[in-house]
Design a binder for this molecule. Structure first.
Ligand code: FE2
Length: 498
């Protein structure tokens, strides 16, 4: 029997992406438009990716991640103005795909349901409580679902609770991100990093909550934070203190939703999705509410191309790992990387398939020796990012507990989704944040390139981990192809091996 293919798309807002699956449940491709267009957070699909995701295949069905008319209705309500050229999914796809795939049947799905499916149908669970928390899609901003497979293996979703626009945890955090001088809908992760430096968190978070939150348990805010907070909001506080307070408030809000989700008693398995699930600091305490936790490595809107495709397919997907994008062919350059790390303490690697999601997990990475304090400054010099931001460690899974106190509950810790306390911060200053935590990526014995490199590094040095940060030219998205890697080499004088 010929396998059919489903093309999932999320596009038109920010971080456009595409996913192709077949009807055996295999994920054939999942990638981000920005990596092709070189425009960070590119909202629109790029023609160069069409060739990769179609790759000579016939696309039988297109699944779109939200309902355009509903979104326009919300935009009408929010005063953003309606775009009459984006009322139907056909209009949106004509804009995104040009004349390509115009005869392929299309289905569009609810925005939060696409998030939920992208998580549940890649999880190992038979049934789970699904929590989705994001900024803004159609109307929903936080939802709780009961998800399970029926006897025929079809995923079934039942919505248990929801909060709607303008009451939004994601919009709250974006408003604060804007207030501290960063770019909303993009640099929330920097706000999170900054929060560790905040002083007087308890009193300032209480103040912030009293001024902005109306009802913590219902996730209701006093004002619509879509347009931000007042420019002079907490005018006498430093940005770090505001970020510290906001992190505390956002955690209280998230845990309030988790508490509610747990109280339905449907399942002790948690699938957590939506852009807010990228807050790896908040994720450390999810195990107070659920026993087993899965977050798909691309839980924001960019991951919803996969979610929409999953809904069209209906059953569990064969999730293996996040290496699903553009391919740089060839053996993983273990010995070249090892030599460079031993001599220069740093190297770039661009090999295999690009990561689907915001984190570089070893295939498009800048790697360095984590044992040296000066390495942080050296990597920062290349990345030219704020000095307060920590770098992440990638570690052989069997050694993780010697170096970090890992929060329990996560069924898979390969994706830098949660922080753990570093047990020897003085020995590994480059990968330890000021609050003593690290955002950890573990690597099991899966034969992957990064696994073999870590094994070789461990054999040579006795250290089972490396510093891992994304390989990108400043201001650009992650390196995608060899030409990008060449430009990186030229600009920074650091070898990138393929
Ligand atoms: Fe979303």
């Amino acid at each position: 029997m010929k396998l059919q293919t489903i093309l999932g798309i999320s596009a038109g807002f920010h971080d456009a992406s595409a996913t192709v699956i077949n009807t055996a449940g295999d994920i054939l491709y999942a990638g981000h438009s920005e990596r092709y267009s070189k425009q960070k957070n590119d909202a629109n699909l790029h023609e160069a990716m069409f060739w990769e995701f179609s790759d000579g295949r016939h696309i039988d069905h297109i699944a779109y991640y939200e309902r355009p008319w509903m979104k326009q209705l919300r935009k009408l309500r929010s005063g953003e103005g309606v775009d009459l050229k984006q009322l139907t999914v056909r209009q949106v796809l004509r804009q995104q795909l040009g004349g390509y795939f115009s005869s392929v049947p299309v289905t569009c799905y609810n925005h939060h349901l696409s998030h939920a499916a992208g998580g549940f149908q890649t999880s190992p669970f038979e049934r789970a409580t699904v929590v989705v928390i994001d900024a803004i899609g159609e109307f929903d901003t936080a939802t709780i679902w009961a998800a399970e497979y029926d006897a025929a293996g079809q995923a079934q979703y039942r919505k248990l609770w929801g909060q709607q626009y303008p009451h939004s945890i994601g919009l709250f955090y974006s408003a604060i991100t804007d207030r501290v001088g960063l770019r909303p809908m993009d640099e929330e992760y920097i706000t999170m990093g900054m929060s560790a430096y905040g002083k007087n968190k308890d009193s300032l978070s209480l103040y912030m909550e009293s001024k902005l939150v109306d009802n913590m348990s219902e996730i209701r805010f006093q004002d619509n934070l879509h347009t931000g907070v007042a420019a002079d909001f907490m005018w006498d506080s430093e940005p770090e203190d505001i970020a510290g307070a906001a992190q505390q408030v956002v955690e209280d809000l998230i845990y309030s939703v988790m508490q509610r989700a747990r109280s339905f008693g449907f399942s002790t398995n948690l699938v957590y999705q939506g852009g807010v699930a990228l807050n790896c600091l908040a994720n450390r305490n999810l195990n107070e509410y659920f026993e087993n936790i899965w977050i798909m490595p691309n839980p924001g809107d960019a991951g919803s191309s996969l979610g929409a495709a999953a809904l069209a397919y209906g059953k569990r997907l064969n999730w293996k790992n996040a290496y699903l994008g553009s391919e740089i062919a060839g053996e993983y350059p273990v010995s070249a990387c090892l030599d460079s790390l031993l001599s220069d303490r740093i190297c770039g690697v661009a090999s295999g398939r690009a990561e689907f999601g915001p984190r570089a997990l070893g295939n498009r990475s800048l790697l360095a020796d984590p044992r040296r304090l000066d390495i942080k400054d050296k990597v920062n010099e290349i990345k030219r990012r704020q000095k307060f931001r920590p770098f992440a460690p990638v570690i052989l899974e069997e050694h993780v507990h010697e170096y970090f106190d890992m929060p329990s509950g996560f069924v898979d810790t390969r994706y830098m989704q949660v922080v753990g306390r570093c047990r020897h911060p003085d020995l590994y200053p480059a990968i330890t944040h000021v609050d003593g935590t690290s955002r950890i990526q573990t690597v099991p014995a899966d034969g992957s390139g990064i696994r073999r490199l870590l094994e070789a590094w461990y054999a040579a040095t006795g250290c089972p981990m490396l510093l891992n940060t994304s390989l990108n030219i400043r201001g650009e998205p992650m390196v995608n192809d060899r030409a990008d890697a060449d430009r990186f080499e030229q600009q920074y004088g650091i070898s990138v091996f393929s």
